[in-house]
Design a protein around this ligand. Sequence first.
Ligand SMILES: NC(=O)c1ccc[n+]([C@@H]2O[C@H](COP(=O)([O-])OP(=O)(O)OC[C@H]3O[C@@H](n4cnc5c(N)ncnc54)[C@H](OP(=O)(O)O)[C@@H]3O)[C@@H](O)[C@H]2O)c1
Length: 273
Amino acid sequence: MKKVTLNNGVEIPWIGLGVFRMEDNDNTVQAIETALKTGYRHIDTAAYYFNEEAVARAIQRSGIPRNEIFITTKLWNDDQRSGKVMEAFEESLRKLNTDYVDLYLIHWPVADRFVHSWQVLETIYKSGRARAIGVSNFKIHHLETLKKSTEIIPAVNQIELHPYLSQQEEVDYCLKNGIRPESWSPFTAGKTALLQESSLQELAAQHGKTPAQIILRWDYQRGIVTIPKSSNPKRLAENIDIFDFELTAAEIDQINALNQNKRVGSDPDHFTF
Ligand SMILES: NC(=O)c1ccc[n+]([C@@H]2O[C@H](COP(=O)([O-])OP(=O)(O)OC[C@H]3O[C@@H](n4cnc5c(N)ncnc54)[C@H](OP(=O)(O)O)[C@@H]3O)[C@@H](O)[C@H]2O)c1
């Protein structure tokens, strides 16, 4: 699995397994184990996904050394509101059965709280219990607020990003400021007919790939780390098999032209959870 270096020198695999909406049960353990056998070395979970224990069990069962797997987890909004950031982090470590995570993210920019939360993440980072810290669902103005009032620049900003929401301005801002952009719901979580788009189908046929692989390659060539979710062995293999072909600049533009600034998830300025 190819990797990219974050702004503090830590390497992150370009593609990870997203495990949102996968329950804390044996099917999930098995799906994550299959992913690890297939070659995944990066897992994206969150306290809010309630499956950190399944992630830990799968890693243990795989026999792969902990230091070969990149684990991301996230601080949930209620723990920001209650100010129990350190406690929430320690609970995630306990459930993940590890003494460090590779990346700890603020899940959403809870207004009036996220600067304080970030300061606690800075303390966690300095203690060595998170190899990198970052944010999720931060718009440029949130990142600017952090920049003015905190010390460490986030290593990653994980945002909703797919061909219907290409986020070019935010991607440019992140890359310019040393923040690695990461895409969540690269396939719109199946909530749209994105994978049936005729232009993606045509590009897929031309390259001997699938529409999903065309999207993941478009992300990679734009400098974006992705974390597609799948529980299906065939699709798990498909989603990491994107490093043997290249899209031309014109083909990238063709995919960019699908942008509608359309979200399938919440707007980070107006979420209600
Ligand atoms: N930070 C945040 O606020 C946030 C929000 C949402 C998601 N995320 C993260 O991003 C990850 C990915 O997003 P997501 O789970 O919402 O959706 P997604 O990855 O866009 O889509 C997952 C859906 O696509 C299907 N799929 C996967 N690979 C496919 C392929 N090659 N061809 C056709 N269909 C395919 C999956 O079905 P099968 O399982 O049957 O293959 C599943 O139904 C999450 O798991 C989570 O880790 C973060």
